[in-house]
Design a protein around this ligand. Structure first.
Ligand SMILES: NC(=O)c1ccc[n+]([C@@H]2O[C@H](COP(=O)([O-])OP(=O)(O)OC[C@H]3O[C@@H](n4cnc5c(N)ncnc54)[C@H](OP(=O)(O)O)[C@@H]3O)[C@@H](O)[C@H]2O)c1
Length: 239
């Protein structure tokens, strides 16, 4: 189950998991056409695919998503909490709505989806939760107080839940991407991009597929003994 898989990193994760042979349920909020395109691509790979629109920040929608998936698709063994948004502004301009919205999707969304799939993951006997956090949750960033708080929250949640779920052989890890070429960073002006790239030892933004490969690793048997870890995929920007 990959949330926010209609485009960007989520899309790449869903495709990578499908290419590795997993049946994939994909979620999106509003981009139906794009989500259907991802589903057609995955369908052509010969695995089962299920598409479901739901706002992860709404617990009731998350519950309905789980109900439909379990009725028509089956048990979820791997949950990738990827859906996320940013509403950037300086703290002096940060209104309650921008704060609450980002926390609702990025942090409450992880809580909601994890809550509704937790029984599946425990029943699986080898469940995997992979949360997509951000370098910004580790090092902060100007204009992103709300986003940084939400992503740091996801890291705390990942570590606490890893300890709780170890007895059920469910591993809980996070991936902290740096700057990845998706719609989320497309709006950054060229001059600012150049300044950011100057701070990245590998001197480029990452690709969604590079984050997806890290997810694939954490989802695989190769990562059986890894839990509570935050895996950086950031070109060395934060070490
Ligand atoms: N790109 C980066 O540089 C970067 C760096 C670090 C971390 N991240 C994190 O990586 C994740 C993916 O980012 P991205 O760059 O791929 O973003 P993106 O291109 O903007 O795509 C966001 C995805 O999340 C979905 N989504 C947004 N709000 C949702 C909601 N309330 N419920 C369900 N789905 C929702 C979108 O669906 P619709 O289009 O249908 O609304 C879309 O599929 C996010 O958690 C982001 O914070 C990104």
């Amino acid at each position: 189950m990959v949330t926010g898989a209609s485009r960007g990193i989520g899309r790449a994760i869903a495709i990578a998991l499908a290419e590795a042979g997993a049946d994939v349920a994909i979620n999106y909020r509003s981009g139906e056409e794009k989500a259907e395109e991802v589903a057609r691509y995955i369908d052509d790979l010969g695995v089962d695919v299920w598409v479901y629109p739901a706002d992860v920040s709404d617990m009731e929608q998350a519950r309905q998503m789980r109900e439909q998936i379990s009725k028509y698709f089956g048990r979820v063994d791997i949950l990738v909490n990827n859906a996320g948004i940013n509403i950037d502004k300086f703290f002096t301009k940060m209104d309650e709505e921008s704060w609450n919205k980002v926390i609702s999707v990025n942090l409450n969304g992880v809580f909601n989806c994890t809550s509704v799939f937790i029984d599946d993951l425990i029943e699986s006997g080898h469940g995997r939760i992979i949360n997509i956090t951000s370098i910004v949750g580790q090092m902060g960033n100007i204009g992103q107080v709300n986003y940084a708080a939400s992503k740091a929250g996801v890291i705390g949640m990942t570590k606490a839940l890893a300890k709780e779920l170890a007895r059920n052989n469910v591993t809980v890890n996070a991936i902290a991407p740096g700057f990845i070429e998706t719609d989320m960073v497309a709006g950054i002006p060229e001059k600012v991009k150049e300044k950011i790239i100057a701070q990245i030892p590998l001197r480029r933004f990452g690709k969604p597929e590079e984050v997806a490969r890290a997810v694939l690793y954490l989802a695989s048997d190769h990562a059986d003994y890894i839990t509570g870890h935050v895996l950086n995929v950031n070109g060395g920007m934060y070490i």
